[in-house]
Design a protein. Sequence first.
Length: 371
Amino acid sequence: MTSGKRFSFANPLLVLAAVLVTITGCVPGSTMTPERQKWDSGVPLPIPTPSSTPDNSPVITAYFTDPAIKGKKSPGQAVIAALIQDIDAAQESIDVAMYNFTLDDVSQALIHSSNRGLAVRVVVDSDALDKLDLPRLKKAGVYVMGDRRESLMHNKFVVIDGRILWTGSLNLSASGAENDENVMVRLKSRELAANYLVKYNQMFNEDKFGMDSRSKTAQTTFDLDGVPVENYFSPEDKIDTRLVSLVGSAKKSVHILAYSFTLDRLADALIEAQKKGIDVRGVFDAESADENQGADYSRLQKDGLDVRLDGESGLMHTKAIIIDGDTVVFGSYNYTASAENRNDENVLVITDPTLAGEFEKNFERIYSKAQ
């Protein structure tokens, strides 16, 4: 990480104005649609009105990458194609919060949407700014902003028309889609999407990132057609406390996929669950399991837990916990102190046996190849 790219400012409004002019070349008074003029004036966009075309897609759809399958028909290509399809169908606005963003096809879809008159905003970690095709995005009037903080803007989510949310562990990169284990979930819910936009606007409009955004999330529980959903952001919502509680409530099983794992409290909870006879199994990324870097993998293994290192050459980048086969936790949040206390992260807890079953199937696939 290059710390020289990150710094703080005393006046966030001046910062935002400078960022928009410098990076996007968009200034008040420029020619744009009424929707984008309204956004540019500082007045929040209203929640878009429902489309006249009915959306009969499922309320929740999970997509998993699989590094063993390559080519145009790979699961990784399928998730990117589905996301682009939603971007192309957008009618009002597209808001992207992405730690790493290098996929040209997605950039082109955003440019096309901006040229159609949509309000398109992108927030990335500042270290990813020079990986974007800024001249093309600027020319199309796409608003791009870096976090300019030492801590990470580690979120990975996209909100489309204020009603469709994409979120998970996948960065918009070729390696993330093709070479690494990742998950991305599409959810249809105006309420949940609006909750993510509260966080998004806090970053983009108010220049509040990481430890600057310390107010607890006002709404954390949602109902998606009868499916209970919890939504948390870090560092404000004490996600580790909720994870420890969930593991402690397990009656049958706790299965975990972890890229990086250094949260001792969560490790303690897994060990206690194992002692109670709970089926505790896990797969960890081999490159991030070094005990000398604070990883808890070796400790869990020494305590008799069935934990393994992934068997793929790419990253085991999924971050998910499946409880009793009916509740699943997933998001951008690594099980680390940095994710808990410093970075911008998001997590969903969804109690739905169907979705949890899909995560279980993916877990077993990864577990069967792990060592």
